[in-house]
Ligand binder design. Structure first.
Ligand SMILES: [Zn+2]
Length: 255
């Protein structure tokens, strides 16, 4: 007779109590990458999994990273089921596009009015940021926070987290994001993170500080974050107990 006993990990692993898993925070897929003035993306950074979207749009070629694009497509369907037609205004922007936009605006204004993000600081360069409007606002030249009064913006604010998006630049977070309220700018972070940020009402700057602080505290318990990831990546140990007919027990460990 053979008994299999799952024993879990034998190492002394301090308990992980943060509501988001270490694998998500390891950010290997880049979904929680922070891009702002203090955290500039490299001029050569371009996501490798951009796909073209087939959604109602103001411009011809909208691209987002694959998982974000698929989530946005599901969200557009759900919004339409609820009676709201959404439009894509702007999605992925390369560093060079952002660079051109920034210096065009600077030339036009004569100073940085902060309406166009500095090259490398744009959430659009991540391939996870997208501006979403209703029909009325696609007909206007500029954007402003009055968009928040529309039913479509209210639908987005209430539901986008269900699809893995957050409103990246909230009205009461301007000091932290250093960007004016943009009720149309959605950022894909994945469902678990979006739900947590929505429930805790955190902007991406706050969330980043929040999880980095947690990891610093966690590491004081005696295991580094990298070690934790390695331990968790290993399959659980299995103890095999062979009991022969004469009642002798034979133990072996498998990993
Ligand atoms: Zn935007």
């Amino acid at each position: 007779m053979t008994l299999l006993v799952h024993t879990g990990h034998s190492e002394n692993v301090p308990e992980w109590t943060y509501p988001i898993s270490p694998e998500i925070l390891a950010n290997n897929n880049g979904y929680i990458t922070l891009a702002n003035k203090e955290n500039l993306l490299d001029s050569k950074y371009a996501p490798k999994d951009l796909v073209e979207m087939k959604l109602r749009s103001v411009v011809a070629d909208d691209e987002l990273r694959k998982e974000a694009a698929e989530a946005l497509e599901r969200m557009f369907v759900e919004a339409e089921n609820d009676g709201y037609k959404l439009y894509v205004k702007s999605a992925y922007r390369s560093y060079s596009t952002q660079n051109t936009m920034y210096y065009n605006r600077l030339d036009k204004m004569g100073y940085d009015d902060e309406l166009v993000a500095y090259p490398g600081a744009s959430d659009h360069q991540t391939g996870l940021g997208v501006d979403v409007l209703n029909y009325e606002w696609t007909q206007k030249d500029g954007m402003n926070e009055k968009f928040a009064r529309t039913e479509e913006a209210q639908w987005l604010a209430a539901h986008c987290h269900e699809f893995g998006f957050v409103i990246r630049y909230e009205a009461d977070k301007e000091e932290l994001t250093q960007i004016k309220y943009e009720p149309w700018h959605l950022r894909y972070v994945g469902k678990e993170v979006a739900k947590y940020m929505y429930q805790q009402h955190l902007c991406l700057e706050e969330f980043t500080e929040d999880w980095q602080n947690y990891i610093a505290e966690y590491e004081k318990l005696g295991m580094t974050f990298d070690e934790l990831l390695k331990v968790r990546a290993r399959p659980n140990e299995i103890l095999v107990v062979d009991v022969s007919e004469d009642g002798e027990e034979d133990y072996s460990m498998f990993y």
